[in-house]
Each structure stands twice: as structure tokens, then as C-alpha cells.
Design a binder for this molecule. Structure first.
Ligand code: NAP
Length: 270
């Protein structure tokens, strides 16, 4: 009879002898990280951590007990893509913090972006294409994240699972473009997607378990989307979008690096 791993055998004299059996083999350790009990030696970095989606992501990560560094243009450690040196300074700060606190940078989320900014507005026609506006949109949506790749991806661990997620947009999909318009925003996100794909290949050479992906957050109620939210469109609150994005990040399967996924984890065409 087996009771709680202890075998009881009744001997000839009727005495009860106890024979301790080896405990059953432990169940296979799941390969997915436990999102509820993250390792305490992890650091999550959220670029654009002051924006609508970025701040919600930083809050959600902190609520899971994760150490989080949320960076904006006016945070104590600030990054403005107009100043490439600020990305380099951030990387030096993060490297020092990782060393001081003996942490690993296992989550890097880039939630920066611009759709409109003062005179910069999404173009409805080729007539609105403007060199300065295009440069601004490409600076924030493409060149800035490229500098983040250069300076921050080398800080990801060389072993074990880690994720670099860059917030893109479905309108950056060339295959999915049926409406036209928004030339600069679409093109800057399409270029970002190519950078993500390219960086994912280089990253995987350093660490097979490191994933670099582009994510579409869906339409989220933030300053970026507010002027364009149409009735009938499903606009979700940032807190819900953040939960969904973290769920996608947590469950990205091995080999999904270089992919483009929406907030439900479904692939988006390039
Ligand atoms: N909201 C949506 O419906 C939606 C849909 C599809 C994709 N997305 C994408 O999701 C991401 C986050 O969007 P969001 O809605 O959260 O936008 P948001 O609320 O406007 O936040 C934008 C973030 O980008 C930062 N940023 C802007 N210009 C910058 C610069 N020159 N240098 C460095 N950082 C800069 C802002 O920093 P400061 O706070 O310092 O200004 C802020 O943290 C973007 O990539 C966006 O394209 C959003």
C-alpha cells in the first residue's frame, strides 16, 4: 500500500514495517517563465515609459514585483531621440545598475512613438508629404529605436530567455494597407519592422533564447490615438492593453523572434 510515498508492508509476525520509497520523479519544469513569480534578479526597461501604453506597461510589470526602469524625455534618466547621446548615457546607466544590483535585463520594451506632434500630422494625401515632418516621424519611430537596439540589446543576457519588444503598428504592415494615407507613420513603422527582424537574427546568434519582436498594441486610448479615435472602433484602456501585451510577451514561443504580433498574439502580415 502506498501512502504519501511511504510503503507499508505487513511482515510474517504481523508487525508493520515501513519502507521509505524514493519520491516520485519531479514533473518536467515548464519552459515558460512564471509571470506571477518573476525572478527577483530581473530588471525590466520600458522606453517611452511615460506614454499612455508605456506607463501602463511599467505599472503592470511593477505590480508583478518586477524592478522597472521607466524612461521618458523628462524622467531622472531621460532619453530624447533628438539627442543620440542620451541613448548611450541610458545604456551606461543601465549597465551600471545591472552590475550594482546583480540583475539581468530580461525585458526591454520600446513604447516610444509619434503619430502627430504640433504641425506634424498624419498625411491624408501625397500633397501633404513634407520633408521636415517625415524626418521627425522617422526620427522617433525608426531611428530612435534603432539606437536603442545598438546600445541596449548588448545588455540582454547571453543565456536564458529574454525579450526585446518594440511597439509597432498594424498600419505599418504593407500587406495589410488597404486604406492608404498616413504615409510617414506607416513607412516609419514598416522600417522599424525590418530593423526588428534584422536585429532578431543578430540577437539569436548571441543567445538562442533571446527574442526580439514587433508588437501591435491594438487601438488604445492615449494622447497618440485620441484625435483619430473613430466611433465604432474598439478603443481599449491602456491598463487592459498592457495586460494583453505582457501576456503576449510571456507566452511568445521559442523561435518566434523576428515576428510581428498583435495584442492577441496573432501574427500580423509584413
Ligand atoms: N495608442 C494606439 O492606439 C496605438 C496603436 C498602434 C500603435 N501604437 C504604438 O504604441 C506606442 C506607444 O504609443 P502611445 O499610444 O502610448 O503613445 P503616447 O502616449 O503618445 O506615448 C509616446 C511615448 O513616446 C515618447 N516619445 C515621443 N517622442 C520622443 C522622442 N523624441 N524621444 C524619446 N521618446 C519620445 C514619449 O515620451 P514623453 O512622455 O517624454 O513625451 C512617450 O513616452 C507607439 O510606438 C505607437 O506608435 C499605439
Amino acid at each position: 500500500m502506498l501512502v504519501g510515498g511511504v510503503a507499508k508492508a505487513v511482515g510474517a509476525a504481523g508487525h508493520c514495517r515501513e519502507r521509505v520509497r524514493a519520491p516520485p520523479a519531479p514533473a518536467r519544469i515548464p519552459t515558460m517563465p512564471d509571470p506571477i513569480f518573476p525572478r527577483s534578479d530581473e530588471l525590466a526597461l520600458v522606453m517611452g515609459g511615460t506614454g499612455g501604453i508605456g506607463a501602463a506597461l511599467a505599472d503592470a510589470l511593477a505590480a508583478r514585483g518586477r524592478a522597472v526602469l521607466a524612461v521618458g524625455r523628462r524622467t531622472p534618466v531621460a532619453v530624447d531621440y533628438a539627442d543620440p547621446g542620451s541613448v548611450e548615457r541610458l545604456a551606461a546607466h543601465v549597465a551600471q545598475r545591472l552590475a550594482d544590483e546583480q540583475r539581468s535585463l530580461t525585458t526591454l520594451i520600446v513604447a516610444t512613438g509619434v503619430l502627430h506632434e504640433g504641425a506634424v500630422q498624419p498625411e491624408r494625401s501625397w500633397q501633404h508629404l513634407d520633408a521636415e515632418a517625415l524626418q521627425r516621424v522617422f526620427l522617433v519611430n525608426t531611428i530612435g529605436p534603432a539606437l536603442v537596439m545598438r546600445h541596449l540589446l548588448p545588455l540582454l543576457p547571453r543565456q536564458g530567455r529574454c525579450v526585446a519588444a518594440f511597439l509597432s503598428a498594424r498600419v505599418g504592415s504593407i500587406g495589410d494597407n488597404r486604406l492608404g494615407g498616413w504615409y510617414g507613420y506607416r513607412a516609419s513603422k514598416a522600417a522599424l519592422n525590418q530593423l526588428v527582424r534584422t536585429a532578431s537574427i543578430e540577437l539569436a546568434r548571441r543567445n538562442k533564447q533571446a527574442l526580439c519582436v514587433a508588437l501591435h498594441p491594438g487601438t488604445v486610448d492615449t494622447a497618440l490615438s485620441q484625435p483619430f479615435a473613430k466611433t465604432g472602433l474598439e478603443v481599449r484602456p491602456p491598463a487592459l492593453a498592457a495586460q494583453q501585451l505582457l501576456q503576449v510577451i510571456d507566452t511568445l514561443p521559442e523561435g518566434s523572434g523576428g515576428g510581428f504580433f498583435d495584442h492577441q498574439g496573432l501574427p500580423v502580415p509584413w
